[in-house]
Design a protein around this ligand. Structure first.
Ligand SMILES: [Zn+2]
Length: 63
């Protein structure tokens, strides 16, 4: 069995392609980033960073 590793589009960490990694239109968001996004609020300093990261995913998917 071959494990497939994907780069998390947000933090660039390698994430194993399993159910632990969220897949968005072929891109990968690692479980760590997913947990942070879920816990983020609009007033958090990192909110914009992750929001922009997610935008990148959507734009890539459309292109
Ligand atoms: Zn990540």
């Amino acid at each position: 069995m071959v494990n497939i590793f994907l780069h998390c589009i947000l933090c660039r960490e390698l994430a194993l392609e399993t159910e632990q990694a969220l897949r968005v239109n072929g891109h990968c968001i690692c479980s760590g980033c997913e947990a942070r996004i879920v816990g983020l609020r609009a007033e958090d300093p990192e909110y914009d960073y992750y929001k922009n990261g997610l935008k990148k995913v959507w734009w890539c998917a459309k292109a």
